[in-house]
Design a protein. Structure first.
Length: 449
């Protein structure tokens, strides 16, 4: 018998689940409610569209509501906000934001794919029309339009994480001056600081005014835009982009009695099932099992949202696929450098009780054979379990060849390989691409000593 499937949220996890359900059950009733005006968009591409590197913003729209309805037979309803879940009645309350009307929708299986939202710190003046966050495709449109219409000369970015760094590069690509105000003492705070010296220098060389250990106290309207008051002084800016992190959209879940983890994101098992029967969760609103720590953690990333949504859809439709977990694998382009990480960093490892003893190894090797033109240095840092040699984490910084090498180490960590195993991996070799002893081999062999 065909069931009725309802999905809350129409981005990566929600539409991956919907597409999987539709393939498995072509005749079942399937409804997706999305609060915003877009579904299934490539959020990670927005800085490159804003900068003009990607010339056509429509390319970021992976799937439109019209295509979903007409070609995939998925009943997508944009600008519809779910305001309540009634698990005992297998129903939800939905508000049509176009008309204001409310109605009740029933379900046999429900997926929460409500994602996450930008954190906006309580700074006086933060609600100014010149202040933006970058989370949704609508946010991207607002920023791009504001830059083009207001002839922006200076942008202030609050926060030094991946999105902030990508937006700094986007603005410099447009020849806009950038000040980046960072509360801590480093950019890319998810990584270890000792790897980032050259990257930080490169950011400054590209004209970004980096202000470390500084916080914004207020944003005040002035004749020239906004006056930014910080703990280190004040300066004028034309617009502000807030990039201080995200938080899970889990309020609907908690109000319905669905358990959340220590992060505030929804707790699920390896089949994407919550503690409430027939209710699943996937994407940036949910925690996942960390493959090194074997405990639930919240690390919102696009790949886990897509894969988790697909797994949830299959299990909702009667399958039994297992989503094993995550490592927090991430990569970012920062001007001339690539930074990447997977598993534990040293500073994470030092904060974890009962982890056991570990050692760190950092090496610098060449991206190509030393005699081949264009070889550039790359640094690799390994976190290794003492005694067993099992690799617990890896970070990499360089100007070429970083991302896919980091993927090798993510695979090795997933497989619980040791430094001895990694040192013997049969990796590709040719002078234009790698030395005969790849930097991965070198890092593993040094750690193995």
């Amino acid at each position: 018998m065909n069931k009725k499937y309802v999905i809350i949220g129409g981005d990566a996890a929600g539409m991956s689940a919907a597409s999987k359900i539709r393939r498995m059950q072509p005749e079942s009733e399937l409804v997706v409610f999305e609060k915003g005006p877009h579904i299934s968009f490539a959020a990670c591409g927005m800085p490159y569209w804003i900068s003009g590197v990607i010339d056509d913003g429509s390319k970021l729209q992976v799937l439109t509501p019209e295509i979903a309805r007409d070609k995939r037979n998925i009943d997508v309803r944009i600008r519809h906000e779910v305001t309540k879940i009634n698990p005992s009645m297998n129903s939800i309350v939905v508000q049509d934001l176009n008309t204001g009307n409310e109605f009740v929708e029933t379900y046999d299986a429900l997926l929460l794919a409500t994602g996450a939202r930008a954190i906006v710190p309580p700074i006086p003046g933060i609600t100014s029309p010149s202040v933006f966050t970058l989370r949704s495709l609508a946010d991207g449109h607002l920023i791009k339009n504001f830059i083009s219409e207001q002839e922006i000369k200076h942008v202030t970015i609050i926060g030094g994480g991946h999105i902030g760094l990508e937006m700094a590069e986007a603005c410099r690509h447009l020849d806009i001056d950038v000040s980046m105000v960072v509360r801590g003492d480093q950019i890319a705070p998810s990584m270890d600081k000792d790897l980032l010296e050259k990257v930080t220098e490169n950011v400054i060389e590209h004209g970004v005014d980096l202000q470390f250990e500084t916080t914004v106290k207020s944003l005040e309207k002035s004749d020239r835009g906004l006056q930014v008051q910080t703990t280190a002084g004040q300066f004028q800016t034309d617009m502000v982009i807030v990039s201080t992190g995200v938080m899970p959209n889990a309020e609907l879940a908690t109000e319905a009695g669905i358990k959340v983890g220590k992060s505030g994101a929804i707790l699920i098992d390896d089949h994407m099932q919550t503690n409430v029967e027939n209710i699943f969760a996937a994407g940036d609103c949910a925690e996942h099992n960390h493959l090194v720590l074997d405990e639930s953690m919240w690390i919102p990333m696009a790949p886990s949202a897509n894969k988790g949504g697909r797994a949830a859809g299959e299990n909702m439709a009667g399958g039994s696929v297992r989503f094993p977990g995550i490592l927090g694998t991430a990569v970012a382009k920062v001007f001339d450098y690539t930074i990447a990480q997977t598993g534990l960093t040293e500073k994470q490892a030092r904060k974890i009780e009962n982890l056991g003893e570990f050692e760190t190894t950092t090496i610098t090797g060449g991206s190509r054979a030393h005699y081949y033109p264009g070889s550039t240095p790359m640094s690799i840092k390994l976190i290794v379990e003492k005694g067993t040699g099992r690799v617990l984490g890896a970070q990499m910084v360089g100007q070429e060849g970083v991302a896919k090498r980091l993927d090798v180490l993510a695979t090795a960590i997933t497989a619980k390989m040791t430094t001895e195993d990694i040192g013997m991996l049969d990796l590709t070799y040719a002078p234009p691409f790698a030395p005969v002893y790849d930097p991965i081999h070198v890092a593993a062999n040094v750690a193995n000593k």
